[in-house]
Design a protein around this ligand. Structure first.
Ligand SMILES: Nc1ncnc2c1ncn2[C@@H]1O[C@H](COP(=O)(O)OP(=O)(O)OP(=O)(O)O)[C@@H](O)[C@H]1O
Length: 235
């Protein structure tokens, strides 16, 4: 469960996130939608302790990220700009992450297998294609077998097989009772993956409802989305 309490972030004159009050529940895929600059990444960064809220708070199972000694066991994440040392092999990158959170090395091999990177595990990550880099990022997110998974634009750079694979992965994680929170601009993909949607615009909540409810009365999620976000596009 992720709880946002009046979560707010200002960057100088820009209010990137404006008083979000939300619960993102386990057992379903929650899609996070909004135009460019709406505040999605900033919200995710605050949940993950990477940006400090100006006011309000973000909680993971009732506690802030920073209160966990081994956070990878509580939340796994893939953010857009994932920093991986290009000279390190994929396996060594994951081993370093695992070590810092007391996770055994055998789990590294398990997640490499789960994301289909076993064959490339001992290659430098700098030589990976974009899709392989995304898979490595997902492996890192799964490393601690966390109850909460946060993915920022996970299908970026993936081929159709990869897109389908991520869809199945997210559905599977939710079916296991985990909280899956995913941002995407690919509305057709969200329409077939998400159970629930949160839509924001200019940092403010626009909608928080089941997918079916949001799409009802519209030809598609795309149509519903345009109507919901009209007038809130890039400032
Ligand atoms: N470090 C920063 N310094 C100043 N402004 C920032 C910073 N990070 C984000 N912003 C601003 O905050 C607002 C929200 O940005 P954010 O990246 O969270 O939006 P987003 O919904 O993730 O957008 P996109 O869909 O384009 O990824 C934007 O106006 C952005 O320019």
């Amino acid at each position: 469960m992720i709880t946002l309490e009046k979560l707010t972030k200002r960057f100088g004159p820009v209010t990137a996130v404006d008083g979000l009050d939300l619960e993102i529940r386990p057992g379903r895929v929650t899609g996070f939608l909004g135009p460019n600059g709406a505040g999605k990444s900033t919200t995710m960064r605050m949940i993950l302790g990477l940006d400090r809220p100006t006011s309000g708070r973000a909680l993971l199972n009732g506690r802030p990220y920073c209160s966990y000694g081994k956070p990878l066991l509580k939340v796994g994440s893939l953010l857009e700009a994932k920093a991986v040392h290009p000279g390190r092999t994929g396996r060594n990158h994951l081993l370093a992450m695992a070590r810092s959170n007391g996770i055994p090395a055998r789990r590294v091999d398990e997640v490499l297998e789960a994301v289909g990177l076993t064959g490339a595990a001992r290659k430098r990550s700098g030589s990976y294609s974009m899709g392989m880099g995304q898979r490595l990022g997902i492996a890192g997110a799964l490393l601690g077998d966390p109850p909460v998974v946060i993915l920022d634009e996970p299908v970026n750079g993936l081929d159709p097989d990869g897109v389908r694979w991520i869809r199945g992965l997210m559905r599977g994680l939710a079916a296991e009772g985990r909280t899956v929170f995913v941002s995407s601009h690919l509305l057709s993909e969200m329409q077939v993956t998400a159970d629930h949607l949160i839509v924001i615009g200019r940092g403010r909540l626009i909608a928080d409802a089941p997918l079916d409810e949001i799409v009802a009365g519209h030809a598609s999620l795309e149509d519903a989305y345009y109507q919901l976000t009209e007038g809130t596009t890039l400032r």
